[in-house]
Write a protein that binds this ligand. Structure first.
Ligand code: R5P
Length: 299
């Protein structure tokens, strides 16, 4: 087995290789003066044949560049004769545009998955926004909400696990059932033009209780800030966030601070990008190496 590291996943690829006892391929990378990306895999066997090759890159930040770089790496492996290729993409971009919400829009998730799946045998993603987009494609979605909520339990007492919208119910339910906790969800509405989030009134039994909110992505922080406001209005005590991908763009950190979360637990699918006393990162490398061991080494 060989690991081909993408620019956004170099350190984690080294860690994966060490755990699995396999080699990392040296990748020469440069950017042409016009901004185009160049990659070259160095020291490959003349024909990769049946060698399992894992191309590993997380596609954030600079989603578009990371996407192109990953496609070039996959093509280079293909040109070197690689047939048993696994793509490890802890964060896949464009997955939230998983349907036509407003007339004239594309289904971006479909586009990205189609190009990425062309030359691979298997794909791995961590907590994709809507697992439905992977249906009838050779992809595996790994949920990590159980690990995040397990960490969250250090900061709360007898909490209820809460999904900020119905879409997050599966990941919240997964963690809650693994850890034997109660769970519920809120009703969220997002204005498709302005992006503004509102949480609709709904009866939830959080009065006097600690809450762990489970979500896939923190982008602008609007969803979590609104969820916290609503939960506090219902009498919630401490609130901890357990979210997989911490994009935390724009003023998200300020919103998180203002919402007064006791702790924000994030998976390190994008690396450790925000150093703050309120944030705790949980590594996903062990789960990814477990998957690679199963699909590449123990067959
Ligand atoms: C949307 O349904 C997702 O699951 C997240 O709740 C959302 O992407 C978070 O975005 P923001 O932090 O900008 O509200």
């Amino acid at each position: 087995m060989l690991i081909v590291p993408g620019s956004n996943f170099t350190r984690q690829s080294m860690e994966l290789a060490k755990r699995l006892g396999v080699e990392v391929v040296e990748v020469e990378k440069k950017v042409f003066p016009d901004g185009e990306v160049y990659v070259r895999l160095k020291g490959l066997p003349s024909d990769l044949g049946s060698t399992c090759v894992a191309v590993a890159n997380t596609m954030y930040p600079s989603q578009d560049t990371a996407l192109v770089e990953t496609l070039l790496l996959l093509n280079a492996v293909h040109k070197a004769g690689g047939k048993d290729v696994v793509l490890v993409a802890p964060y896949l971009p464009y997955m939230r545009q998983d349907k036509v919400f407003l007339q004239g829009e594309p289904v971006s998730a479909e586009v990205v998955l189609e190009v990425l799946t062309r030359t691979i045998k298997r794909g791995l993603v961590v907590d994709v926004h809507n697992p439905g987009v992977l249906e009838s494609r050779p992809w595996t979605n790994i949920l990590v909400s159980d690990m995040l909520v397990a960490q969250a339990l250090k900061y709360v007492t007898d909490p209820i696990v809460m999904a900020p919208d119905k879409g997050a119910l599966e990941r919240a339910g997964f963690a809650a059932s693994k850890l034997n906790l109660e769970f519920d969800y809120l009703i969220k509405e997002r204005d498709r033009v302005t992006g503004e989030v509102t949480v609709k009134p709904k009866s939830v039994s959080v009065a006097g209780r600690d809450v762990v909110i489970v979500d896939d992505i923190i982008s602008t922080g609007g969803t979590l800030a609104e969820a916290a406001k609503f939960l506090r209005s219902q009498g919630a005590r401490r609130i901890v966030v357990a979210a997989t991908h911490g994009l935390l763009v724009g003023g998200a950190m300020r919103k998180m601070d203002e919402a007064g979360f006791s702790k924000i637990i994030l998976a390190d699918t994008l690396g450790v990008t925000h150093i703050s006393p309120s944030i705790l990162y949980v590594s996903v490398v062990e789960r990814i190496s477990g998957f690679l061991r199963e699909v590449c080494l123990e067959r």
